[in-house]
Design a protein around this ligand. Structure first.
Ligand code: URA
Length: 225
């Protein structure tokens, strides 16, 4: 699959296209069946220059009604544990693999992920974060291009080209399983330690950014379908 066509851009580089331009291409998206049952498209929210991008699965009921990701119970859990990583909600950007709610919160179908994924890819390219935190299996599988389960993936960082990826449990799943909640919190502390050890603008980050900017982002496998 090639890059998404965004009017006025060709072979877009990291941070070249704004989130507003991507949202505008999305319009009243009808690329999959979820358009028939959604109330609102849930595009994503937060700091367009975030160092840390969080990726969830799909909007739930509250998100569908309000048009914002992670505003329900999972979002409350996320807000509570963000401070363990030294982060505030306004520091980060949050998006989902699917932009529309699957009826009854069922798992995303493969064809829905395929249809929706160009939007997430362009969001990642636009924000160009240092770190992507993937919440749960669908987000982790999409970003890390693996089928390995989250219990095996979590607890460490993975490198995908420019991006440092931290897969962890989904905050909604952790609410139902206290042992997972503990591990989720341990992962957020690990993220806080990583951020403290790699401050923005540190030598390592500057070098990565330089390399990234000189590189056409369509050469990165993790951003292609
Ligand atoms: N779960 C998700 O994965 N995303 C949301 O936005 C809400 C709940």
């Amino acid at each position: 699959m090639g890059m998404m066509h965004i009017p006025g851009h060709e072979g877009q580089k990291p941070r070249e296209v704004s989130l507003e331009e991507i949202r505008s291409v999305m319009g009243d998206c009808r690329l999959c069946q979820l358009c028939q049952t959604r109330t609102n498209i849930v595009f994503g929210v937060g700091n367009p220059h975030a160092r840390v991008l969080f990726v969830g699965e799909a909007p739930g009921k509250n998100e569908d009604l309000q048009g914002e990701p992670f505003v329900g119970r999972a979002g409350e859990n996320l807000n509570r544990i963000l401070s363990l990583a030294g982060l505030r909600r306004e520091d980060i950007y949050i998006a989902n693999v699917l932009k529309c709610r699957p009826p009854g919160n069922r798992n995303p179908a493969a064809d829905e992920v395929l249809a929706c994924s160009p939007y997430l890819r362009e969001q990642i390219r636009s924000i160009w974060p240092d770190i992507i935190v993937t919440l749960g299996n669908p987000a982790s599988h999409f970003v890390l291009k693996t089928e390995t389960g989250i219990t095996k993936l979590r607890g460490r960082f993975h490198q995908m080209g420019h991006f440092t990826v931290m897969p962890t449990f989904h905050p909604a799943a952790a609410l139902r399983n206290p042992a997972w909640q503990q591990l989720l919190e341990a992962d957020f502390k690990m993220l806080g330690d990583y951020l403290a050890a790699h401050p923005a603008g540190s030598g390592l980050e500057a070098a990565t950014m330089e390399a990234a900017e000189s590189e056409r982002s369509d050469a990165l496998p993790s951003l292609e379908g």
